[in-house]
Design a binder for this molecule. Structure first.
Ligand SMILES: [Zn+2]
Length: 158
């Protein structure tokens, strides 16, 4: 686990496209660290292979694990992608939260799991369920629970 220290920044966001670092040697690093207002921050780096060779580098959101080009620093010094920030601060109203939670609970009920979103240890396929169905529901579960997990992490529950 190697860390790459980048410039001190006062920007409220970190954009990997504008980072003042040498990208040719970037692949050996897993984390970026930087300082802002005297605080140390650490960001995960991901990379994906390009069709024509080489790699594209991404910042990884701590809350939802999305690969993004830009992360934002909140007033509480949390670093998150725009999806997570929007999910918690801007457009999410009571009914959105309700709908997201209900969608997860519905899938979990079909899977025969604990419906509570915090129960993550039970991930088994019900004996009577075909594996194709199970895989489909598993994918749906991942999709539906992503915003809920992001929110729970943001709120400090996970
Ligand atoms: Zn995120």
């Amino acid at each position: 686990m190697k860390r790459l220290r980048v410039l001190d920044t006062r920007l409220p966001s970190i954009d990997i496209r504008y980072l003042n670092v040498n990208f040719s040697g970037f692949g050996v690093y897993d984390f970026l660290t930087f300082k802002r207002d005297g605080k140390d921050f650490q960001i995960g780096i991901a990379r994906t292979a390009l069709n024509y060779g080489g790699f594209r580098y991404w910042l990884q959101c701590d809350y939802c694990a999305r690969r993004v080009v830009e992360l934002f620093i909140t007033q509480k010094s949390q670093i998150a992608c725009r999806h997570c920030i929007r999910a918690t601060y801007e457009s999410v109203n009571e009914s959105t939260l309700h709908r997201q939670n209900r969608a997860v609970r519905t899938v979990r009920a079909r899977l025969g799991w604990e419906v509570d979103c915090l129960s993550y240890h039970i991930m088994q396929r019900p004996k009577s369920m075909h594996s194709t169905t199970f895989n489909r529901l598993l994918t749906r579960h991942i999709d539906k629970s992503a915003p809920v997990i992001a929110r729970l992490k943001w709120a400090g529950w996970l």
